[in-house]
Design a protein around this ligand. Sequence first.
Ligand code: TXA
Ligand code: MG
Length: 346
Amino acid sequence: MPATIHLDAHDQGDIERAAKILRAGGLVAFPTETVYGLGANALSAEAVARIFEAKQRPAWDPLIVHVPGVQELDPITEIPGELRSRVRALTDAFWPGPLTLLLPRAHVIQDVVTAGRSTVGVRVPSHPVAQALLRSAGVPIAAPSANRFGHVSPTTAQHVLDDLGGQIDAVLDGGPTLVGVESTVLDPAPHPMVLYRSGAVTAPMLAATAGVPVHVHAPVVQSTRPPESLPSPGVGMRHYAPDAEVILTGSTPQQLECEALRAVEAGGRVGILLPRDWPLEGADERLAIRPWGRWGDAEALASELFAALRGLESEGVSVMVCPLPEPGGGLMDAVRDRLLKAARPR
Ligand code: TXA
Ligand code: MG
């Protein structure tokens, strides 16, 4: 494949060019409000197969289908009557936005998209570039995060090129994404509803809107079951992970510093993620320091997390030390979840 084309999302002509590539069965990475997605025409099994190839993603891991509005939901899903009002309440409240709903799929959505499952993950992104691209493409777009499988999700076009440059047709550059962690994944059908991946739309928000309790699926349990037998296979594994070892510490500057110095003594090149409002007493010149959001500012910590991990990685560290937020509900739980997954042993 020729080099990946770098398109400018501020140029309407480039958005149309990206849409044309998608309609022709190509792969285009594009910004959403969460992270960059790697898009392909969801109605073409061949185009979708190319996503798996480019990312080296196993065939058992299903993709999320993106549509521009709730009107485009009908052709790709078959929602039973008793579920309709619940889905309606959720989509009214949170779409467009960072919520993926697992819904019974219609026949047009093929096995390659859902990994043979009876549900399809659907989301309506709110990012204006994603909206413009989806409208211009005129077909539903399957899109996982645009990283190589298992690596840290991309929040800039450069991150996409670092992982997939030369493997995909184009990247539509719309600048850094806002939320910074992937969408919340919810199965709205059971009682309680099941949340498989935490994100900016939180369990309390979902429960209050639907009037149904939410069970938060334990995200980081080590499983001996084959991934294809898990209810949401991609969300439980080592993921969002840089190439270096990740060590998580308690949530005080002293604990971070103590753990960082221990890692330095143990050898290897050590980097830390340092919240901007934290003092570092004995700054050691052997430490690579990457500033992160202010501690307690969940929005900033989420939006800067992946770029910070990738930044340390590009400095060539072999160990990253990072404070782990306490569980507290809200977006901080999504930051915690991604860090726990990044730190899991290979
Ligand atoms: O924010 C996001 O959701 C981004 C942007 C690009 O939209 N996309 C994203 O996709 O994070 P991906 O493929 O990296 O993560 C989707 C997760 C996977 O772990 C997958 O296993 C799960 O959602 N998933 C997708 N469809 C599913 C289904 N039908 N049943 C169960 N889990 C599903
Ligand atoms: Mg992903």
